[in-house]
Design a protein around this ligand. Structure first.
Ligand code: SF4
Length: 684
């Protein structure tokens, strides 16, 4: 029915992991305005440009509004009945012919918690495989791994509001001004109002670096070394928190031995950071009343991103910076529901609520609920799924809300692998690059067209409410997954996402007290949540998440960055712009944003530009061992030395950064080492 009244609906922003909430005013399908509220637990009355103005993509004429089925080289419109019957028949045939492990399921960090949960349930119950992953594999898996191995939970250790009370904030490999703007505002305000100190370590001299007390510019991929050397130096100075370590951390004696090679001289040689700056960094940590470390893809998208994340946690343990407000570890989640997608078990080794598939008790709990047996062996990651396609072991995939053909590294190779699949289903809001390789494309609803919950970077679960009717024949992802499951013999009967959340709460102890009743309106819950609804915004007050309650030092060695042939002489870094969201598949459909920032460019340092004859606007070709792209140059001192920077929101795939990125991955989590990319630059 056509809506004629002006309506206000509470929603959760989908453009980054901060998790701002506000009311969206709508009439018919028109979005009249975004109105923040003092009741919003994270952002209060703040928003940023994306949250305020980035929503008209929901009415884009590029939306998918009907299912599509491949006919040769083209797609034809189909009814839901035709499309779902075909999906169920072909996925079922592949399962019956090759076994469930010949299928892969890719969930999304943009869909709701309930939808992510159902995707893993479909994989584990209907196909009896653990081959399920989500796009956190491309970004934050190393941070989760580093924290799980040292303190026991993979999430932020406190709330975003807590960061303001830190004496010192250290930001490593992240640009919150553009990537997490409302969070950045809190840091800027704390600096101005009560003298909070700021250290930034980044290749690029971005706005937060300009504002910092110390700006560290390490060589690409070497943060691990300076972090570890600063930990050693602080212990050598007697600046460690001895009582915290002895009461709450295991393995200190071994850690002291492990630290021996990491002198400041060694660190300075490897990183290029001066010894004086490293000493000053240690002094600021020592003098601060609480240190928070915030980090992003500049850390995680390296071949040892998980090691570096663990080194951050080690430094916080050495200095007693866990278990109190204004201290702790803050991996900055990029997509709005990276945290939730992982929490819900769309990971090959974790059942919902971080219960490992090898844990017999947890597995038995799910086996009873699902009525099937679940393998104790982790399934394929996204990266392994493509390798399995190449090896002829993976025959079919079902991918929801993720543009793998654009965002995975070495994307030309990804295209080849996707073409090899015997059957490929893509479910999305738009006809993505990945959809071009699909056999069936299913039109899904964006967040404004459905109910559910998202979990932000600080583990806060928040409700979003349906503001608009689905466009055309699009459906919420949870309904589509349910229809496929039931066509394959399941008997799911969810009539609302709240019923899915009740099931999650019954199976995952960390969510046991989560319910839609408790999440009503502006209410929220920060996991872990006890059965009585008590939540835990600040982790590790009394114990770390290990059986003995104690944290542990990680002792993993430095892994040097990937080497390239000498002709590839320039490091090319990549990241976000304030106005755009990730690969841009929503914000580049927003007219105002697209008008303001129509396309990407390559930042070139002034000295290098002069040496190579590059001016503002010069067209250049960047060539890596994997491919080449053409871009316009922007000469700026935000970058320096032999380093370039390319934003990742290109409008066309022809100049997308992932044509250049390669095959190297993080040693523990297989997150692509996007940041370890080198190119040569040719003037056109
Ligand atoms: Fe949305 Fe993030 Fe901006 Fe908040 S800071 S309005 S969550 S993009």
């Amino acid at each position: 029915m056509r809506e004629t009244r002006t309506k206000k609906t509470k929603t959760v922003c989908t453009f980054c992991g901060v998790g701002c909430t506000f009311e969206v005013w709508t009439k018919d399908r028109h979005i009249l305005k975004i109105e923040p509220s003092e009741d919003a637990p994270v952002n209060s009355i703040s928003t940023c440009i994306k949250g305020k103005f980035g929503w008209d993509f929901v009415n884009s004429d590029q939306r998918l509004t009907t299912p599509l089925i491949r006919r040769g080289d083209t797609f034809v419109e189909a009814t839901w009945e035709e499309a779902l019957s075909l999906v169920a028949r072909r996925l079922g045939e592949l399962r019956d012919t090759y076994g469930g492990n010949a299928l892969g399921f890719v969930s999304s960090s943009k869909t709701t918690n309930e939808e992510a949960y159902l995707m893993q349930k479909l994989a584990r119950q209907v196909f009896e495989t653990n081959n399920v992953d989500n796009c956190s594999r491309y970004c934050q898996s190393p941070a989760t791994d580093g924290l799980l191995s040292t303190v026991g939970y993979g999430g932020d250790s406190g709330t975003i509001k807590d960061i303001a009370s830190a004496g010192l904030v250290i930001i490593i490999g992240a640009n919150p001004t553009e990537g997490h703007p409302v969070l950045a505002t809190r840091v800027k305000r704390a600096k101005k109002l009560h003298g909070q100190k700021l250290i930034v370590s980044d290749l690029r001299r971005h706005e937060m670096a300009e504002r910092s007390d110390i700006y560290l510019h390490p060589r690409q991929g070497t943060d691990f070394v300076w972090l570890t050397a600063v930990a050693k130096y602080m212990i050598d100075q007697g600046w460690q928190d001895e009582s915290f370590i002895s009461a709450r951390v295991n393995g200190y004696e071994d850690y002291l031995q492990f630290l021996q090679p990491y002198t400041l001289e060694y660190a300075s040689n490897i990183t290029g950071i001066s010894i004086a700056q490293l000493e000053e960094t240690a002094r600021l940590i020592h003098e601060a009343d609480g240190t928070c470390v915030l980090w992003g893809m500049g850390v995680t998208q390296n071949i040892a991103g998980s090691h570096t994340s663990a080194a951050i946690s080690n430094l916080l343990l050495v200095t007693g910076n866990y278990g109190r407000p204004g201290a702790g570890a803050y991996p900055l989640r990029g997509h709005n529901n990276v945290q939730g997608a992982c929490d819900m078990g769309t990971l090959p080794q974790w059942l919902p609520g971080y219960q490992h598939v090898s844990n017999d008790v947890a597995r038995a709990h799910f086996e009873k609920a699902y009525g099937v047996s679940i393998s104790p062996k982790p399934g394929y990651t996204n990266i392994e799924m493509l390798k399995a396609v190449e090896a002829g072991k993976l025959k079919g995939m079902y991918l929801m809300g993720e543009d793998m053909a654009w965002v995975d590294s070495n994307s030309l190779h990804v295209h080849e692998m996707l073409s090899e699949l015997e059957f490929f289903v893509v479910q999305d809001v738009f006809f993505t690059k990945t959809a071009q390789f699909a056999d069936v494309i299913l039109p899904a609803c964006p967040s404004l067209e459905k109910d559910g919950t998202f979990t932000n970077t600080e583990r806060r679960i928040q409700r979003l409410y349906q503001a608009l009717e689905p466009l055309g024949d699009a459906k919420p992802d949870w309904q589509i997954i349910q229809e496929i499951a039931n066509r394959l013999g399941a008997s799911w009967n969810y009539s609302h996402p709240g019923e899915i959340m009740d099931e999650i709460a019954s199976l995952a102890p960390v969510f046991s007290g989560v319910s839609y009743k408790r999440l009503e309106g502006w209410n929220s819950q920060v996991w872990p949540v006890l059965p009585d609804g008590t939540d835990e915004p600040l982790l590790y007050l009394e114990r770390f998440n290990f059986p003995d309650g104690k944290a542990r030092f990680s002792m993993v060695d430095y892994v040097a960055p990937v080497e390239f042939p000498p002709e590839f002489d320039l490091v090319v870094n990549n990241g976000r712009m304030l106005e755009h969201f990730h690969e841009g598949n929503m914000t580049n459909k927003s007219k105002g944003i697209q008008y303001k920032v129509p396309d990407v460019f390559v930042e070139v340092p002034p000295a290098l530009a002069q040496e190579r004859g590059v001016k503002d606007g010069t067209m250049v070709r960047l060539v890596s061992p994997y491919g080449a792209i053409k871009l316009r140059a922007l000469v700026t001192d935000r970058v320096q030395g032999m380093e370039l920077y390319v934003p990742m929101h290109s409008v066309s795939h022809e100049n997308a950064i992932n044509i250049l990125t390669g095959n190297a991955v993080d040693v523990r989590t297989q997150t692509p080492a996007y940041k370890q990319t080198k190119v040569r630059m040719e003037i056109l």
